[in-house]
Design a protein around this ligand. Structure first.
Ligand code: 1GP
Length: 240
């Protein structure tokens, strides 16, 4: 098994770039899902991520079930909380917020999720999640009650990512926060990528193809975009 991760790893080694469309169960209307998914199917997107900071019980499962009716693109949970875990998806980013020092988001929620996870066949991908300041207070900062890392301290961000890898995490995710004013800087992506041997995910605030290209050219293996697709579906056309 482990096919989602193996494919990400193989793409990263070859330099093939991946794109995940993030769908927040809190922001999507279920009867619009089929139309939105058809856009994803026609686009260059390689993954669908599902998750949000605050989502009501069952909303994730209902949404994933609906998404799976219309696509074979792998659906990966990007959960903000334990109640967003559903066995209807294909995989799950098992996120540990290593930029912060809140034990709940470093290990606590993980312990709470074990019973639920053991009832699913989800492919679980341990992921070091690093929140970086980007000009506005993000939902991740608010919900996790942690401070983002200073974007100026590239060396500390890089060491944090490397520590995640050394702890056995399979992916590192550099997060500017949903709707961030500015995406993760090229300097940060380059420095982190240079030190890592595992694939690198970058997300938050990417709103046009120039910013997407910049992230890829700096070393992102997989880019996550949510808000730009929610606000402007013609962005899908731009990426064809
Ligand atoms: C947020 O990284 C993701 O967790 C995507 O951010 O909504 O700004 O694209 P955007």
């Amino acid at each position: 098994m482990n096919s989602i991760y193996k494919k990400i790893q193989a793409s990263a080694l070859k330099g093939d770039k991946l794109l995940a469309v993030l769908i927040d169960p809190d922001k999507v209307v279920v009867n619009e899902v089929s139309r939105f998914i058809s856009k994803i199917n026609e686009s260059v997107a390689t993954h669908i991520f599902v998750g949000g900071s605050t989502v009501d019980e069952n909303d994730t499962e209902d949404l994933v079930e609906e998404i799976k009716k219309y696509t074979n693109v792998p659906v990966v949970l990007f959960p903000g909380d334990v109640n967003q875990i559903t066995g209807k998806a294909d995989g799950l980013l098992f996120l540990s917020l290593i930029s912060g020092r809140n034990p709940d988001f470093l290990i606590g929620k993980h312990v709470d999720s074990v019973t639920k996870l053991s009832e699913t066949g989800l492919e679980i991908i341990p992921t070091g999640y690093i929140l970086i300041e980007s000009g506005n207070k993000s939902a991740v900062e608010r919900v996790t009650n942690t401070k983002p890392m200073s974007r100026i301290n590239v060396s500390l961000i890089t060491k944090t990512a490397k520590a995640g890898e050394l702890l056995g995490m399979k992916l590192i995710y550099l997060e500017a926060g949903s709707g961030a004013k500015s995406p993760i800087s090229e300097d940060i992506i380059k420095s982190v990528k240079n030190k890592l041997s595992i694939p690198l995910i970058v997300g938050g605030g990417i709103k046009n193809s120039k910013q997407l290209e910049n992230a890829y050219n700096s070393g992102a293996d997989l880019v996550v975009i949510g808000t730009a697709f929610e606000e402007n579906e013609s962005f899908f056309e731009e990426l064809k």
